[in-house]
Design a protein around this ligand. Sequence first.
Ligand code: ZN
Ligand code: ZN
Length: 331
Amino acid sequence: MRTTIERRDLGPRDVLIEIRYAGICHSDIHTVRGDWGSVPYPLTVGHEIVGRITEVGADVTRHAVGDRAGVGCMVNSCRECENCRTGNEQYCLKGNTQTYAGVDRDGTVTQGGYSTHVVVDEDFVLRVPESIPYEAAAPMLCAGITTYSPLAHWNAGPGKKVAVVGLGGLGHMAVKIAAAMGAEVTVLSQTLGKKDDGLRFGAEHYYATKDPATFEALKNSFDLIINTVSAPIDMASYLGLLRLDGTLVSVGAPPEPLPVPVFALFGNRRSFAGSSIGSIAETQEMLDFCAERGIAPEVEVIGAEAVNDAYERVLASDVRYRFVIDIDTLR
Ligand SMILES: [Zn+2]
Ligand SMILES: [Zn+2]
């Protein structure tokens, strides 16, 4: 439904961004449908935002009018806690300010990127390199950084074997980034339906998880498994794929707790971990890394009128691999 939202007046450290594209993230759908709890309606979602800066506050130094800019999943944090001070503001101990459905400093509810303009503190605005196709840059602000951060933290690179579970919006970025980092990448998908795509994105191997032989063949293989699936998985089977000191990192969140058989962690001194987006500095590093290597998400651009249909297709896993809204259709 189309409506009018108010943005705050430009503060001295704020920038005004005229939005061009906004990606559709699974989180948007969970949020508007109330899957994750009560929703502060009326709400505009969207946390994969790119556009052009059209105005800057008096004290802004990091950005200029005309710059191509991006905004991801958070727009502020406390800046004082231990995690903020060490550059891990995504893990702000007081909770970072989410781009939408969060409570802003002035007490208002934050509104997301399915809109024509947004006002954001300059410290939470990314520089989007001009070499990245405009529409493809949007999903990097959530799907890109959510997969880049654990790959970087757990040292994906030459000599490392990385498995990516699920080849959706997050998974296809995980494959591209891990391959660009120099790791040997394997896709673990339910079927072999997207095998050609997976290999094109840089994977060397592709296995169907519906086939029990996969878990026999790949036992004790991987240094790192990035699980992008938000449905429950059989933890014993997946943990069994890790070699010595291997780690399984979940970035997709099933709504229910996931039972972890501790004996599967004893073998090979395995770890089970989670990871949430990335810091602003790391997000900038990811954008620059992808620009240098010519990596970008595969996107399907839609008009704003097609968002509801797109949601149905996301829920049916019928998107290759991310929907992006052309915000000009809102003007
Ligand atoms: Zn997201
Ligand atoms: Zn903090």
